[in-house]
Design a protein around this ligand. Structure first.
Ligand code: HEC
Length: 155
């Protein structure tokens, strides 16, 4: 009888722990932002990492447009590939856990679409098609920026 109760208690404790982890994984670590958006709270170094990835996305976008303008498909493919999934894979788990799940999904879909743009350029798709894809991807940049800001927990 005693043992049964202990087993049930252990099971409940385990379930509670899993639930808390799942809750954090889905919600991330967020608070109200200074301007009406939701703010993700990160350590200064984590914020720097995310923002440097962001600047990489801006560089890729500029380079894609330049490639389209010059009709240089290889330039487009190289720029888009640099912002693709391969570059996004090595984010550490502690940081991943702080990012809300919609944020991660939106972020990953942008990296995937950068790979799609690289492939489209390699497959010799028309500049108009590449521009349409880039424009669709930029909608995601816009949507995410409208919803989230990043606060540093160290300041
Ligand atoms: C999943 C969400 C998300 C997506 C998608 C996203 N961003 Fe961001 N980006 C952010 C957040 C959050 C910030 C910080 C904004 C703030 O704190 O005000 C940011 C900041 C930036 C910055 C500022 C960097 C700095 O050094 O301060 C640039 C540039 C940027 N993003 C470019 C882009 C571009 C270009 C794309 C699309 C190709 C993109 N981002 C897609 C969330 C996103």
């Amino acid at each position: 009888m005693r043992l049964d109760k202990l087993a049930i208690f252990a099971l409940l404790l385990w379930l509670a722990t899993i639930t808390v982890f799942a809750w954090f994984f889905i919600r991330g670590v967020t608070t109200e932002g200074s301007d009406g958006r939701a703010a993700i709270v990160l350590q200064p170094a984590e914020r720097d990492l995310v923002l440097s990835e962001m600047r990489g996305l801006l560089v890729a976008t500029q380079q894609i447009l330049e490639g389209v303008n010059q009709g240089d498909m290889q330039h487009i493919a190289k720029a888009a590939r640099a912002a693709g999934m391969a570059g996004a894979a090595d984010v550490n788990p502690a940081l991943m856990a702080k990012l809300p799940v919609e944020f991660k999904q939106l972020g990953m879909s942008v990296h995937r679409e950068m790979d799609d743009i690289a492939k489209a350029a390699e497959d010799g798709k028309s500049p108009a098609e590449i521009l349409q894809m880039a424009s669709d991807t930029l909608n995601k940049c816009v949507a995410c920026h409208a919803a989230w800001q990043i606060k540093s927990s160290g300041q």
